[in-house]
Design a protein around this ligand. Structure first.
Ligand SMILES: [Zn+2]
Length: 82
């Protein structure tokens, strides 16, 4: 099973993929309206907002959690190179 390279979500059905295109490596939550993948900064902000909303944690804690999540995902490896 494929996983989204940008957020780690499992993609099982065509509608889980960006634009319903199963050749895409990223999911429908990680795509812009023009079909491109959301940028590092956009995705980071998306995920922080999601965590704050769903887990009720502070901005600071969300930022730390999102950093460690994104560090494990193939799409963002360049951003974490020392
Ligand atoms: Zn995704």
């Amino acid at each position: 099973m494929k996983k989204c390279v940008a957020c780690g979500m499992p993609m099982k059905e065509p509608q889980d993929f960006a634009l319903g295109d199963t050749r895409k490596a990223y999911c429908r939550y990680c795509v812009n309206e023009d079909g491109s993948m959301r940028s590092f900064e956009e995705k980071k902000a998306d995920l922080e907002r999601l965590l704050i909303r769903t887990q009720g944690i502070s901005q600071g804690r969300a930022a730390i959690a999102v950093r460690s999540l994104m560090k494990e995902l193939p799409a963002w490896q360049n951003y974490f190179r020392e």
